[in-house]
Design a protein around this ligand. Structure first.
Ligand code: ADP
Length: 618
């Protein structure tokens, strides 16, 4: 119905103006085919960004910026047909305070008629909805960005209308449910794809979501090809102003791969747990960033506190549980493993514990590894501990036996040697060459035996920590010459050469260093064929001196080289058949050199001879 503003029955002009000015909406009356602005209330002037000076001007003069916008056309249409036009969220470009900008309006163009029914103008009523439109756009943009981000990470997205039970989902979601990306799946259908035994998980998650607003579950779905896949759903409920849940927005992710990895991990952890249990190995795990430590039951047992379930710490349980004599060296070994340069994070020690609760003494072997970050800062220290008490006690008993036996053998051997030396004097006097020869051989054997026995004695001293150095200043060259000379009569089959030079004065245990040189020379003789050369060399390097013994013997394989300095290690293969020994010579030598803060090593390859060397600080 058109408005007849001229009708006296309607409203007086004045009343109308007054009404318009009061109206909470923007109103204007445009008169004639030029759409002359006859009336414009303050709201519409504000919307236009103009003042009252536009009143009386044709619309396109008052608001020249609308000339190229569709409104003039719409007005003309209404003017011509009388059909009211409703605009919804229409965009208008307006120049407000000289600044052009886009605004959005809901508006009505309604024809105004003369009393004879002919159209005389148009009434414009407009509501500025710019703010709503822009904020809705923003929301839509955000939702779109969200959706795109979700799709990019392989997430499916959904929007469930909780009132109607209608779901809108992304193509990816259909894929996660084992359908084609173009498939559209309804909410009840989605539920049917859930593995029946997991359906209760989904239902209770949904109920919980209605109470808490948060939706979360992990469950299995069964695809059309009958394969089973894990999904993880997270969602959030959107409520209306009155608190009724309106929609649920969320994402769904295929977590089958994650689940598989986790499963494998759990399986291997379980295997490891069973294996460590079977081997009675305890485990420890130190988080070096948070300074926390975890011990399993077996580890607690080895520290004599199997009934203690509480938290453990490095200072209170570990250090406290160590035997006082082993505390310092073990603590040092741990600290060493925290320096990548020093230890490469490796930790391998033996120590004694005194049970914190049961006060029992136990021997423990611990092996561990520290992991570092890129800046070499230690992060985590994990390892295993093993009870070696039984072995250790056996070993101690064995060592004690060797020590006692060696000690007891020393006296008869010394007197045997004295008697042989006496016989030697007599034989020389009588000139009996057979006797002389036999006695020389006996003496050689006795010397060998003496060396062996002293070796065993040293070994037991070393094991019990009683091997002490007696340091004096002496000339290293003189010592080497002495040892070489001692060996020559025994090893006439080899040419032992040594070119000493100016005296090299070092401070060390002369006897023990002599023992090391002697051991290297006698090994060189032992492990190289007759009539080959053995060269002893000395080199001065800055603050160090290096002694090497080179032979042309059987050589040593690389894989054996790393073990030959270990106690009782002997190379057992065809090349060493027929060589007797106990595998303690190099072990003792290495320990002696280490006590001097020196370094021992070998360079060799099979069949190519060997060069053993040690370096001492000067
Ligand atoms: P032993 O000689 O009593 O077996 P050692 O501790 O002196 O014990 O040596 C350990 C092992 O190292 C020997 O069994 C031998 O296999 C190897 N070895 C030592 N010296 C040499 C050498 N000069 N050439 C080849 N092999 C050697």
């Amino acid at each position: 119905m058109n408005t007849n503003l001229d009708s006296p029955a309607y409203l007086s002009q004045q009343t109308f103006h007054h009404l318009m000015a009061q109206a909470p909406v923007a109103i204007s009356v445009l008169r004639g085919p030029q759409f002359t602005i006859e009336l414009a209330n303050s709201q519409i002037l504000e919307v236009w960004g103009k003042d009252e000076s536009v009143i009386g001007l044709p619309l396109t003069e008052g608001l020249p910026e609308i000339k190229n916008q569709p409104f003039v056309g719409l007005l003309q249409n209404v003017y011509k047909t009388g059909i009211t036009h409703y605009g919804y969220e229409a965009k208008v470009t307006l120049i407000r305070r000289n600044i052009p900008g886009d605004y959005y309006f809901n508006f009505v163009y309604q024809a105004v008629t003369h009393s004879d029914g002919t159209i005389s103008g148009i009434m414009v009523v407009a509501t500025d909805v710019t703010e709503q439109v822009l904020s809705r756009r923003k929301l839509e943009d955000a939702e779109e960005r969200h959706r795109l981000a979700a799709e990019a990470t392989g997430l499916g997205t959904f929007d469930l209308d909780l009132q109607k039970g209608v779901i809108i989902h992304s193509p990816r979601l259909a894929e996660i449910f084992g359908r084609k990306s173009t498939d559209v799946i309804s909410h009840p259908e989605l539920r049917q794809i859930i593995l029946p035994v997991d359906l209760h998980i989904v239902i209770s998650a949904f109920d919980r979501a209605l109470r808490t607003g948060i939706y979360f579950y992990e469950a299995r779905v069964i695809w059309l090809d009958a394969t089973i896949h894990w999904i993880r759903t997270t969602g959030k409920i959107i409520y209306g102003d009155d608190g009724t849940p309106l929609r649920m927005l969320g994402t769904i992710q295929d977590i089958s791969e994650q689940k598989r990895i986790l499963d494998d991990l759990q399986k291997s952890e379980e295997n490891l747990r069973l294996a460590t249990q079977a081997a009675e190995v305890g485990t420890f795990d130190l988080d070096l960033l948070n300074h926390s430590m975890v011990w399993d039951r077996r580890c607690r047992e080895l520290f004599g506190m199997e009934d203690f379930d509480g938290p453990v710490s490095y200072d209170n349980q570990f250090l406290l549980g160590l035997h006082p004599d082993d505390k310092e060296k073990t603590d040092q070994a741990v600290n060493r493993s925290y320096h990548r340069q020093l230890s490469n994070g490796e930790y391998d020690v033996e120590y004694r514990t005194i049970g914190i609760d049961d006060k029992k003494l136990r021997w423990v072997r611990a092996k561990g590894k520290v992991s570092f970050n890129d800046d070499d800062i230690p992060q985590r220290f994990i390892g295993a501990v093993l009870d070696i008490t039984e072995n250790k006690l056996n070993e101690i008993r064995k060592n004690d036996f060797i020590a006692i036996a060696s000690h007891e053998l020393k006296t008869p051997l010394t007197s045997l040697k004295a008697y042989i030396q006496l016989l030697h004097v007599n034989a020389r006097r009588s000139g009996d060459s057979f006797l002389l020869n036999a006695l020389q051989k006996s003496e050689n054997q006795i010397n060998k035996m003496t060396k062996l026995i002293y070796g065993f004695l040293d070994l037991s001293k070393l094991e019990s920590g009683k091997l002490r150095l007696e340091r004096h200043e002496f000339d290293l060259n003189a010592l080497i010459e002495e040892v070489a000379a001692e060996n020559r009569p025994i090893a006439q089959s080899h040419a032992i050469t040594f070119l000493g030079g100016k005296p090299i004065i070092i401070t060390a245990d002369r006897e023990k260093i002599g023992q090391v040189i002697n051991n290297l020379i006698s090994n060189a003789v032992k492990y190289s064929p007759k009539n080959t050369d053995i060269k002893v060399l000395v080199q001065r390097l800055n603050n160090q001196v290096k002694v090497s013994v080179r032979d042309n013997g059987i050589g040593i394989k690389l894989k054996d080289q790393q073990h030959i300095f270990q106690r009782f290690y002997r190379v057992e293969d065809d090349s060493t058949k027929g060589f007797s020994g106990f595998g303690i010579g190099l072990y003792l030598s290495a320990e002696i050199v280490e006590l001097h803060q020196g370094k021992i090593g070998v360079e060799s390859s099979e069949g190519q001879g060997s060069e053993f060397y040690f370096v001492l600080p000067v």
